[in-house]
Ligand binder design. Sequence first.
Ligand code: PGA
Length: 258
Amino acid sequence: MTRKPVIAGNWKMNKLQAEAKDLVNDVMAGLKQYDKEKLPEVIVAPVFTSLYVANKALTDCGCGKVRLAAQNCYFEKSGAFTGEASVEMLKDAGCEYIIIGHSERRQYFAESDDMVNKKAKAILANGLIPIICCGESLEQRESGVTDSHIASQIKNALKDLTQEEIAKSIIAYEPIWAIGTGKTCDSVEANRVIAMIRNTVKEIAGENSAEAIRILYGGSVKPETIKEQMAQSDIDGALVGGASLKADSFVKIVEGAM
Ligand code: PGA
């Protein structure tokens, strides 16, 4: 089975509204020369406050080449949850994907495996696609628990999801020590871990779901690294932080995945 590649830009806590609008427009200008069918699934994830302008820029363009994601959500529908936004609200703002379980959210905002699972269920129930992040710290890697830690994160995140729901989800393997450090994980090693994740999905949801689910690599992805990463058997794309904040480097990464 051929899986459609995904290149997703995680803007993290960056870009005011005017900057977000410019970046979206510049990315679309950079992709103008390519047929939509030839492009990977291109996703940008601005901060909540820039979702409106980003969505407007994407809708005004009407080219349908770039889709919108949120960086977080809450799993309840509505109510007394100060500071949170529900999946329905993010869908209303134009989001088709939501990133969950990013290591920064796990580390600074106490996002647990259980919350990631509840968020994944809420996202899928609303017809959106979760981008579920997992990854080990340097300490975990050095003590040899990378695979068991990641398998456990994945099993918890996918708990009680149907095979169909799992098949359409996206996973991002992001070794924490590679995020924002400029130290990309060796492609062969990233592919090994991603194949292990796919095997874990197979155990949970069967062969078809394991073959269909897209699993991305994230952690200091750059225009110079993407080709080698995409050449691996199990890497289906990239979740890009720093290099997604400039249109030229993000567009080059998209081109590298074609
Ligand atoms: P980075 O971030 O590309 O800046 O390392 C990746 C991420 O955290 O998603």
